[in-house]
Every structure is written in C-alpha cells, then in structure tokens.
Design a protein around this ligand. Structure first.
Ligand code: SF4
Ligand code: SF4
Length: 379
C-alpha cells in the first residue's frame, strides 16, 4: 500500500527491497520447516574423523600425517603434543594403574585391533529376494540373540558418516563415500556394579568388554547379511566410518543428554554401541523422543561431577541450524583419562538415567528443579 501511495522514487525502491528480503526469508523458513517436518535436517553438520581426539592422539612427530595435519590446524598442535606426551590408557604412571588388572583392558584393545580388518568384506552371492517384514524381524531377533540388549534400524543419512577417515593410518585422509541405505544399530549394556567403580580400572575393563561384545555382534550380523547377497559393513572400535551415536538416535535407541552421550530408556548411558550399514531393504524405526532435555536442565549432575569441567554449563544452543548441547571439550576430558589411566566414566556412573529410573524421571520432568533434585538425592 505504501508503495502505491508513495511518489518518491527512493522510498519506493526501499519498499521494494524490503518486500523482496521478506519474501526470501519467508521462503527459506518455510523450506526449512518442511524439511524438518519430513525428519530431514538441511543444515546438519558433517564431521571429519581426522579432527577427533582418538585420531589426533595417533599423529606422531616426524610423520607425514603429523606435518600435514598441524600445517592445517596449528591451533591444535600445542595441546595435542602435550596430551601425547602423557601416559595412556592402562599405562604405568597413571593413578588407577594396577599391574595385574590394567592389562585386562589393554589386551581387549589389542584383540579389537587384530580383528578390525574383518569389518568390511565383499560378497559374491547374488542378492536374494526377501520379504522385507520377515527379514527385518529376523535381523532384530538374531542381533539380540548374538548379545545385543537394544536394537533399532534407521535409514542412512549422509550426516551419519564422517567426511574423511582419521584412523587407522593406512586409510588416513580417505573420503568416506558409502552407499548403504539402512543401518542396524545395537547397544550392549555395561554392568552397573562395574560402572559404579568409575573412575577406577573396573570401569575401563567393562568398557573394553562391551566394545569387544559389540564388535563380535556386528561382525556376525554383517556375515549373516552378506550370505543373502547384500552389502554389510560393521562399525566397531577403531574402525568406524561414521558416528554411531547419531545413527542410534535416528534408530530410536534414545536421545543425546547433557553429557554428550546417548541416553537410553532402559540403561541410560550405561551402554556401548555398534552398527552395521547395509543395502538390504529393511523397515526403519521411529525416533524415541523421550524428553531428556527437560530432565537434564534440572539435573546437571554430570556437569557438577566431571573432574575436568569438560561438560559446559547451560542449555542447548543453535549449531549449524539445529539445537544441540554445547560440545564437550575432548582435550579436557582426555586430560583426566591420561591422569587416571582409565576412561573415567563419571558422567556415565553419575547419570540418574544409568540407574534404571528413566521412566520415573521422565514422568516427573515437569516438576520443579527442587523436587527433581530431591528425587535424585533419594535414589
Ligand atoms: S547426569 Fe543429569 S544432566 Fe547429565 S546427562 Fe544425565 S540426566 Fe542429563
Ligand atoms: S569421562 Fe570424565 S572427564 Fe570425560 S566428560 Fe565424562 S566425567 Fe568428564
């Protein structure tokens, strides 16, 4: 209206520009919401495995990988050199080191390292035509039988995968270009009594045991799927192509909590995850939107108990177009690991969801912080 009654050329141009900008914003917003409604995230961030702490700890001075990485990331060089100079998992010189018990965990990692090449294999069988409902149910049934405590299926999204591989050294820098359509994600419960011992050596042993169990489940499952002529790739300790936690959320296993860990209804974060990606057609599961955010906002126990203050205070923030908890500092977290010689685990053992009271917590999530804190203090 202002446009029609305005005779001044400059003001008219101003109104036209404002109208165009408004139209562009409205269209972008509608497009974003329609994608969200379909369960797609158009701004989801992808992660480069070369940047994660476990990869960086392996970059040794004097190697081409070290030179190339820190030429690109000089800001990380100082802290990484310092962290690499400290004793590692289960090594002498750490607080929790025990000559007899520490090697239990380390030998488990050595075993995992020896079998990780089995994660990927081609099949020369022609694909068999299978009833999608039947094979979906069978896959879940056998995954549980192999030892999984939870299992779900999701459609693969490109954001599940890393952009580039960061470990092992032989594949460093390779672009991840996978074409799988579905991912079967499973969780293995970690023993409550062992986890309660965090940050002592028992928590590390239980963690490694669960890595071993989930690797074996994933490998067997992948061999089973390949026998029908479909691709199957296991994601296991030391040989991941993507972020299993993200896959687990989409497969309905739980939600990410303030601790940055997956919280499941039954075991909280007291789980280890494994996954198999495949082109076998399957039915996928819905996300389990449990509502952990409102509990976390009133709990914050992991923030208080974290010895390195790696878990930042505060609620979710906008990251690349979606609301996420502020990132955990891997450097601060690893400082504790290298001091203890274990993977600490206090954010797992202290989380009320890990103590089997998830349903009660979620039911009471609308109550005041004081009531919830009282409830947490009683359990
Ligand atoms: S300890 Fe509390 S704040 Fe942290 S993840 Fe568990 S429920 Fe959320
Ligand atoms: S493992 Fe320990 S140091 Fe790391 S975030 Fe959890 S509580 Fe903090």
């Amino acid at each position: 209206m202002a446009y029609f009654i305005c005779r001044n050329e400059k003001i008219r141009e101003f109104f036209i520009t404002i109208s165009w900008i408004s139209c562009l914003f409205a269209s972008a917003w509608m497009l974003y919401n329609s994608y969200k409604a379909e369960g797609k995230e158009i701004f989801m961030k992808k992660v480069d495995e070369r940047d994660i702490m476990f990869s960086r700890l392996g970059y040794l001075k004097g190697t081409p990988i070290y030179d190339e990485y820190y030429k690109e990331h000089p800001d990380k060089k100082g802290i990484d050199d310092m962290l690499r100079s400290r004793p590692g998992f289960g090594e002498p010189g750490t607080v929790a080191f025990d000559e007899i018990r520490s090697p239990v965990g380390n030998s488990g990692f050595e075993f995992l390292s020896d079998i990780k090449h089995l994660a990927d294999k081609k099949t020369d069988v022609s694909p068999k035509k299978l009833d999608k409902r039947v094979i979906t149910d069978e896959i879940k049934k056998w995954t549980r039988y192999f030892g999984a405590d939870l299992v779900g299926i999701a459609e693969v999204r490109s954001e599940h995968y890393y952009t580039h591989r960061g470990r092992p050294e032989a594949v460093w820098g390779q672009v991840v270009d996978e074409k799988a359509t579905y991912v079967i994600v499973f969780a293995v419960e970690m023993d409550e009594e062992m986890i309660k011992r965090a940050p002592e050596v028992e928590v590390a042993i239980e963690g490694v045991k669960s890595y071993v169990n989930s690797a074996v489940i994933g490998l067997w499952l992948a061999y089973y799927i390949r026998s029908f002529g479909y691709s199957a790739r296991t994601h296991m300790d030391g040989n991941y192509l993507g972020m299993v936690q993200k896959m687990a959320v989409d497969a309905g296993l739980g939600e990410i909590g303030k601790s940055g860990l997956l919280l499941t209804r039954k075991f909280g974060s007291r789980v280890r995850l494994g996954a198999v990606t495949t082109d076998l057609p399957l039915f996928s599961d819905d996300k389990d939107e449990m509502g952990v955010e409102s509990v976390c906002m009133k709990c914050m126990r992991c923030v208080e108990k974290c010895p390195s203050k790696a878990i930042q205070e505060g609620g979710k923030v906008m990251v690349d177009g979606q609301m996420e908890w502020p990132a955990i500092s891997p450097e601060k977290c690893y400082m504790v690991w290298s001091r203890m010689g274990t993977d600490c685990g206090l954010c797992i053992s202290e989380c009320p969801f890990s103590k089997g009271i998830s349903e009660l917590l979620l039911k009471k999530s609308d109550e005041s912080s004081e009531t919830l804190k009282k409830l947490l203090a009683e359990e």
